[in-house]
Design a protein around this ligand. Structure first.
Ligand code: ADP
Length: 398
């Protein structure tokens, strides 16, 4: 069985074709600059890597090119499109309308559309991709997997903001959280690895966007992102948690309007704003090592933020049995992992510093120090596989 996983952004489209017998991607790639001059497709398969430049005014041309490439003689991995048994789409926001993944129909898509206000840019792009795909593959079953649903098990006192009730009742303003497929994947893998379902895990998804989750016995009980992905730890370019009165203060001082300030908090803040160097942790480390004080501050502010969430989630769950690192920084940056864990010995978190430096291909790499009470694991995330598994289950059963 083969499942195509699609993730449509505003000007991009990422894809993976996954063989569900092996759960391995047989081809993957992405289209960039959709709707802009100079659009191209990057495609990787056992036949090699190719870049195809072609005009893609809309997502329809992009998906069409992906499908053409998947069946092409030179670069393809399929004899015909009929070999694609189903398509799984990533969708940003479920709102409170869905608590798990869904079969995409006119009705369910209309509900997704009604939630678009909760994440206008992403949700609209996701839905544009879905519409184009349905047009091109009208008989292929399709599933939507949300970034938010894993977190919908949070108790009300964790997801409600202490603001007047009417904002929740009328507009559904609350904490939702994101990166749900990633937190779900790594916490599931961790539970399998530990051979125990009854565990308290803190998952750290540290990438361009970073988020934390407290997962107790397989259910998310808290997460760091909020109504939008702006909240939580400081990120590449997002500020993370700040006093919301800062927004009014910047508006008053600079004459900027709320939208401009929010744009700055989303795109010009975080470690990039603090360091004035880069949002990439490799550049920040180089700059810090060369004596750049602002890069030092940015890195310290990031590790301090992550550390504080680990402590608060240990408190939220009444303890912590495992700590999981994932995503670009979590999987690759051994120094950040060490800095995050240093000082958390009082919680029972201790890592083996040498093991931490080893680059491992293992699906789960344990870096716990001998005698460490909390199991510390590095688990490469695989959001596409979560989408493919849900798609398979919803369309063809378990
Ligand atoms: P996203 O999926 O959110 O775009 P990723 O999870 O791929 O992001 O993370 C990308 C980030 O991971 C980069 O911006 C960089 O900061 C960090 N990163 C990637 N590789 C390394 C590395 N080897 N060492 C340190 N940081 C890394």
């Amino acid at each position: 069985m083969k499942i195509l996983v699609l993730n449509a952004g505003s000007s991009s489209l990422k894809y993976q074709l996954i063989d569900m017998d092996t759960e391995v991607a047989i081809a993957k790639g992405g289209c960039e600059r959709i709707g802009i001059d100079g659009s191209f497709l990057k495609h990787k398969s056992p036949k090699g890597e190719v870049v195809i430049e072609k005009a893609m005014p809309t997502h329809k041309e992009a998906i069409s090119l992906v499908l053409e490439t998947l069946v092409s003689k030179e670069n393809g991995v399929l004899n015909s499109m009929d070999e694609i048994d189903a398509v799984g789409h990533r969708i940003l926001h479920s709102g409170e309308s869905f608590t798990s993944s869904i079969i995409l129909t006119d009705e369910t898509i209309a509900v997704c559309d009604s939630n678009a206000d909760l994440g206008p840019l992403h949700q609209k792009a996701n839905l544009t991709g879905i519409a184009a795909c349905r047009e091109l593959m009208p008989t292929t079953p399709m599933v939507g997997v949300f970034d938010t649903t894993f977190h919908l098990t949070m108790p009300d006192y964790a997801y409600r903001y202490a603001i007047p009730n009417e904002y929740y009742e009328k507009y559904k303003i609350r904490r939702y959280g994101f990166h749900g497929s990633s937190h779900r994947y790594v916490s599931t893998e961790a539970r399998k690895f530990l051979g125990n379902d009854d565990v308290k895990i803190v998952t750290c998804h540290l990438g361009n966007g970073s988020s934390m989750a407290a997962v107790k016995n397989g259910k998310c009980v808290d997460t760091s992102m909020g109504l939008t992905p702006l909240a939580g730890v400081p990120m590449g370019t997002r500020c993370g948690d700040i006093d919301c009165a800062v927004v009014e203060y910047i508006c008053d001082k600079t004459g900027k309007d709320v939208h401009e300030v929010l744009n700055i908090l989303n795109k010009k803040s975080g470690v990039s704003g603090l360091s004035e160097v880069s949002s990439d942790f490799r550049d920040l480390r180089k700059a810090k090592n060369a004596g750049n004080e602002k890069a030092r501050l940015a890195l310290d502010s990031f590790t301090y933020g992550v550390k504080k969430y680990i402590g608060s989630y240990a408190a939220a769950m009444g303890g912590i049995d495992a700590l999981v690192f994932t995503a670009g920084i979590g999987e690759n940056d051994a120094v950040i992992r060490e800095e995050v864990c240093t000082g958390l010995e009082f919680l029972g978190i201790e890592i083996d510093k040498e093991e931490n430096l080893i680059r491992s291909d293992a699906p789960v790499h344990e870096i716990t120090a001998k005698g460490g009470k909390v199991r510390v694991l590095v688990i490469p995330t695989n959001e596409e596989l979560v989408i493919a598994r849900d798609t398979k289950e919803l369309v063809f059963g378990k």
